[in-house]
Design a binder for this molecule. Structure first.
Ligand code: TYM
Length: 328
């Protein structure tokens, strides 16, 4: 079986540099390594309230971002999760094989729900990892490139696959997560103790930000006391985060980045980090704008959905048969 590589991004807020580094930056290299199934996790976007127009626009943006990052639709499959009904069908089966206890231990659920009133927490938010496991299982994917915050969900998928296969035989493929050595967890520029997420306009670099705004955000990133540019997450979280960002942009190790900035002052250091990010994002933004203008994502998504449906339906059928559901 070919090496299937699968990942998804939620079209919720604005995409950040963290998302870019986790998934988009490595996309051309991933295409060399295997058969890509990359998707827009639009059903997952519903787990927190979202306006229909925002969801629509974000989904289009995300399709364009994947393409701007180098996804070649002749070699890889790009699709909308909601275009492939097998995700929801498998979800209704697999929710019986994951348990309340394990779902309530998921860090992301705990983080998100702790900020909400009990009666505003949707069942979908709680059951999120079940659908995510189905996304992975349906494509027999072996490799799941993600940022650090998604490791726990992929591990839960592995538990589910093992549990299912122990009961019914070797029906499902066991996936592995893959995280970047550098940049698995990009932190907020305004508070380097918390993850860069899609919701903090000061601390996040959004992929659609004007280049001048990106520069400004990096120049005003929180640094630390002292003046040395050193990688020390404990004592210099701000500087360390900028070093990681620089290293990811340049495809070098953090040690190499640290060496490069030996003797630099914070101001010059930040300027070069900003240059590196802009150098990377400028051509990316230009490609994105072109794709939005010519709407080439429309045909790509349509063809992608057809290919994805074919693969997903076969797996769904295999699962249905294994558990004793009658049918074709
Ligand atoms: P999402 O949309 O939150 O994030 C998309 C990807 O970006 C990574 N990421 C980060 N990486 C480094 N630093 C950060 N600050 C940062 N913030 C986000 C995430 O780890 C992720 O890889 N549940 C997923 C979407 C999903 C999925 C799947 C992924 C649904 N089904 C199946 C893989 C396989 C999510 O919410 O990602």
């Amino acid at each position: 079986m070919s090496n299937r590589i699968l990942t998804g991004i939620k079209p919720t807020g604005q995409l950040t540099l963290g998302n870019y580094i986790a998934v988009l930056k490595g996309l051309p290299k991933q295409m060399e390594k295997g058969e890509l199934f990359y998707f827009i996790a639009d059903l997952h976007a519903l787990t927190l309230p979202i306006e229909p127009d925002v969801l629509r626009q974000n989904s289009i943006d995300l399709a364009a971002f994947y393409l701007a990052a180098g996804l070649d639709p002749n070699r890889a499959t790009l699709f909308l999760q909601s275009d492939v009904s097998a995700h929801s069908e498998l979800n209704s089966i697999m929710q019986n094989y994951l348990y309340m206890g394990e779902l309530s231990r998921m860090t992301q659920f705990k983080d998100k729900s702790s900020k909400m009133k009990e009666n505003a927490i949707g069942l979908g938010l709680f059951a999120y990892p079940v659908l995510m496991a189905c996304d992975i299982i349906l494509y027999d994917a072996k490799t799941i490139p993600v940022g650090e915050d998604q490791i726990q969900h992929v591990e839960l998928t592995r538990d589910l696959v093992n549990r299912f296969n122990n009961r019914y035989g070797e029906v499902l493929v066991l996936p592995n997560y893959e995280v970047k050595k550098v940049g698995a967890r990009i932190m907020s520029l305004s508070d380097p103790k918390v993850k860069m997420s899609k919701s903090d306009p000061k601390g996040d670099i959004f992929l659609k930000d004007d280049l001048s705004v990106i520069r400004k955000k990096i120049m005003s990133a929180v640094t630390d006391s002292g003046s040395e540019v050193k990688y020390d997450v404990e004592n210099k979280p701000g500087v360390s985060n900028l070093l990681v960002i620089y290293a990811s942009m340049k495809d070098i190790t953090v040690e190499e980045a640290e060496k490069h900035f030996e003797g630099y002052r914070y101001g010059d250091f930040k300027r070069e980090v900003a240059d590196a990010v802009i150098e990377e994002l400028e051509p990316f933004q230009n490609r994105y704008k072109e794709i939005i203008a010519n709407k080439s994502y429309e045909k790509v998504l349509q063809e992608g959905a057809e290919r994805a449906r074919k693969v997903a339906n076969e797996t769904l059928r295999r699962v249905q048969k294994a558990i004793g559901l009658l049918g074709k």
